[in-house]
Ligand binder design. Sequence first.
Ligand code: PHE
Length: 449
Amino acid sequence: MTERGQFATRLGAIAATVGSAVGLGNIWRFPYEAGQHGGAAFIAIYLLCVVIMGVPVIVAEFVIGRHTHKNVCGALRQLSPGGKSHWFSAVCITASILIISFYSVVCGWIVEYLIQAISGKLISAQDHNAEFEQFVADPYRSVLWTVLFLIANFLVLRRGLKNGIERVANVMMPLLFVLLMVFCVNSMLQPGAEKGLKFLFSPDFSAITPHVAIGAMGQAFFSLSLGLSCLLTYASYFKDSDSLVKNATVVAILDTLVAVLAGIMIFPIVFSYGMTPEAGPKLIFEVLPSIFQQMPGGYVLSILFFFLLFMASITSTISMSEISIAYFGEELRMSRSNASLLNTALAVVLGALCALSFGVLSEFKIFGMTLFELFDYVSSNVLLPLGGIFFSVLMGWVIDRRLVEDELSNHGKLKVKMARPIIFCLKYVAPISIVLVFLYGLGAFNWLL
Ligand code: PHE
């Protein structure tokens, strides 16, 4: 059985949690979602989701995790009436494995591009679009990189909480912020940078459709790592002296900051080099490399860029994996090594299938989606919000209010002004808005329009 540890320092706990939140969701997905869907209008809806649903649900997961100091299944068994809702841990573990599977495919692409950047191949390529299309459709290369990435992920996880997860986060998170700042400054210095900023920040409310609103909520959940007990699991390693509300606020602010900075890093250079941002998901693999090619210092910048993405993504996959590793360790009594191995084996099998969905399996569709798209859609737009409803209802309605207040105030040692508004949001605002956005997206209110 794994030994239950704690993060060594409060800073380490925050670095690891921010590491979980900051990932491809911020640097890869947020900028193009915002760019394509109304710029500042999208960002406004996103921020609203972070404040009224994001922070309260983070706090809910933190309270449950830190109070029980257990994996998701053990925590739900201890806190739900009669231990009955521990079945929900199966949903969390499934969602986490689905996410790692499609997420590590993109991480694999990042590793390939990092190596190409180092070897100078990226900078000298002729046609980046064709190269990328060819690469993702190549069954051997894309599977290989996905698997190699998952092995790197495994090597960190096997070393355990303090020597693996916390140490990596302590090094990578500050470095990530420094690199991001360097890129933002470089980007703002490009001629015509304002155009990119305008694209990102000028509000276009007419672009906000139900689809976009549901997308903004899904994005907030995904970016904050919410609803699948990832934060619950990390909080189970927090010290009893940490302030949960403070930690939650810091995580939400830093995560949002990175998303906005990523937009500032990307769009000004895209416009300045006469490119269009419509490429969406392929932007960072097709458009940016060709920009680095023309930019002074492009060789070094391309290496740093893909290294930044690598750091952002591995600290996230580590956190997704920890959900099942904690479960395998504590409920199935596996050693840390075996638990990490089982998690990696599951991710390798499903990840390889997702990687192939860009090539040989591209015609294999379920509900009109490839496996990659299906895993992404089901986890971010369905399972994570469901998890959000579950955890907010559990904490707002089911768990004894005194326990919640005790946990938020560290047994009366802290004065927490935000406790009431947070509980209010968990009781009413978060579950109702999540359900409404769902129904809206399903067309339930079309008769009103
Ligand atoms: N928050 C991560 C990102 O923005 C993704 C993630 C989702 C991580 C769910 C853990 C759990 O990329």
